[in-house]
Design a protein around this ligand. Structure first.
Ligand code: SAH
Ligand code: SF4
Ligand code: F3S
Length: 478
């Protein structure tokens, strides 16, 4: 680590530039300490998906290095919302919470309120906050997240709202601090952005174009994580199956998996999300061959109707999806398959919906996230005729949910009585004499244990299946 001299102008290159600003933030944290005889408290609230969760670990890493103390209490000196905009209700939650923050800021006028993440990439949102929520101090987006330290410095020195949003970027800046939520598992970004433009989805507009990280950088990050106690990684990307396409020397996701599988000390590899259109035979073989790759695949279906899939721009048919599931199950018989389904996409008829139910019954998903279609301004689907009345969509949604839940419970029951490896994740939140962990297929198991077991894998007998989780008993040591 080289000495940072704040009398010099900030370096141009990254990540050195951000390290300079982290040091600068440290100085203002020290000044805060001298004035208030305590360190400033920072609260980060994360909405949305695993990408955002990982981003928040990076933001927290920067804050921690600058000297902030983490808190879950929103009555803090800095509150940062990392937002999601995938569905309307994700947006509404943020506006709702902001009202509460305004009250806290009245009590503590030096409090700083910052907003970042996907919602901030939407112009109308930023305009609404500028005019209606003037107590917000800092707004930035997804493309310049790595500049958080620099923006925070500006915000601490300024009395007016600091806003910095970029439309897109081709840059990937890593190697900045991060603070993991779990000591033994970590998300690892392998790619950013999305090029698929499913017609209902806002993500490509707020996360920009697809960019893959170089394999050697990913491997180096995972090796460092393993030497820091991590035994499970979740490889993250909106469509991991198209990993590597924009790299100088093209690498497939299957090849990447095989290389990660070689990393000594790593025990489990998960990844999300897979797009059915890019799920290759090569990848199915890699899942089959790599002993560390968990037997769980999240494979979003979205709809079972080929006609609707076409309108959604998903680029596969009902039959192709069913065929993929067959191939996966013949290669890896115990693989758990989970999915996402949208109900009430514009133009969805009763017959289309029946097709979705048909796929659900045929595939028998281990679990499924079901969503009511939410209109996102700016996406092609928002302009489609024949938007479905909310009552119709809700009725279909309830029918789908009942079907999905019955099947999940039946599938979970099949493992009752088996003894399987469980990675212990935490002390059970309701009963401190229990620990909670996950099977390779991602199901949750609770069993008697203690803190020392966290991060280790135990063979556990699944004594009782209770719907979607199990009560178990460790049959031997890790
Ligand atoms: N890249 C991932 C998913 C990202 S969004 C993929 O392609 O699978 C997570 C899920 O949110 C999607 O799978 C979809 O089911 C749901 N979703 C996205 N946009 C939506 C919308 N406008 N309305 C309802 N659900 C939506
Ligand atoms: Fe959205 Fe489709 Fe990209 Fe997933 S693949 S993020 S659903 S556009
Ligand atoms: Fe939401 Fe952004 Fe993820 S819109 S789902 S947080 S990529």
């Amino acid at each position: 680590m080289y000495q940072i001299d704040l009398t010099l102008p900030p370096p141009e290159e990254e990540p050195q530039r951000q390290q300079y600003f982290i040091e600068k933030c440290r100085r203002s944290v020290q000044a805060f300490y001298e004035k208030n005889h305590r360190f400033p408290r920072a609260c980060i609230k994360t909405f949305g998906c695993q990408m955002n969760a990982r981003d928040s670990e990076k933001l927290l890493g920067i804050l921690t290095q600058a000297g902030y103390v983490e808190t879950e209490d929103e009555q803090a000196d800095l509150v940062l919302y990392n937002t999601c905009t995938v569905r309307e209700n994700a947006n509404n939650k943020v506006y709702g919470h902001l009202g509460t923050l305004a009250g806290y800021k009245k009590k503590n006028p030096e409090m700083k309120i910052a907003l970042c993440g996907c919602m901030m990439q939407e112009q109308e949102v930023v305009e609404r906050i500028r005019t209606g929520y003037r107590f917000v101090d800092l707004i930035f987006g997804t493309h310049n997240l790595y500049r958080f330290a620099e923006l925070l410095c500006r915000c601490l020195e300024s009395d007016s709202m600091v806003v910095d949003i970029w439309n897109d970027t081709d840059k990937i800046v890593e190697e900045l601090p991060n603070k993991r939520k779990y000591s033994f598992k970590s998300g690892v970004n392998i790619m950013f952005g999305c090029n698929n433009f499913c017609s209902y989805c806002i993500v490509p507009y707020v996360r920009g174009r697809e960019r893959s990280r170089k394999p050697q950088e990913i491997i180096r990050e995972i090796e460092a994580l393993v030497s820091d106690g991590v035994c499970e990684v979740m490889l993250l990307g909106q469509n991991v199956n198209s990993y590597g396409k924009n790299l100088e020397t093209e690498v497939t996701f299957a090849q990447l998996l095989r290389r990660i599988n070689e990393i000594e000390g790593l025990q489990r590899i998960r990844f999300m999300t897979s797009h059915p259109k890019d799920l290759s035979e090569e990848l199915i073989e890699a899942i089959r061959d790599c002993d560390k790759v968990c037997h769980h695949l999240h494979l979003p279906l979205q709809s079972g109707s080929t006609r609707i899939l076409k309108e959604m721009n998903r680029r596969y048919t009902k039959e192709q999806y069913l065929n993929l599931v067959d191939k996966l199950r013949s290669a890896v018989p115990d693989i758990a398959i989970t999915t996402d389904i949208i109900v009430g996409f514009p133009g969805e008829t009763e017959e289309d919906f029946e097709e979705t139910l048909d796929v659900v019954r045929r595939v028998r998903f281990d679990s499924a996230f079901t969503f009511l279609y939410s209109k996102r301004t700016g996406t092609p689907a928002a302009a489609m005729k024949d938007q479905i009345p909310p009552e119709t969509a809700k009725k279909r949604f309830d029918r789908l949910l009942a079907e999905v839940q019955t099947i999940s419970a039946e599938k979970a029951m099949l493992l009752q009585g088996r003894t399987l490896p469980v990675l212990v994740e935490e002390i059970n939140r309701q009963d401190a004499s229990l620990v909670s962990g996950r099977l390779s297929n991602n199901s949750v198991v609770h069993f008697a244990g203690n803190e020392a077991m966290i991060g280790k894998i135990y063979p556990v007998r699944l004594e009782e299946c209770r719907g979607f989780y199990y009560i178990g008993r460790a049959v031997s040591d890790a």
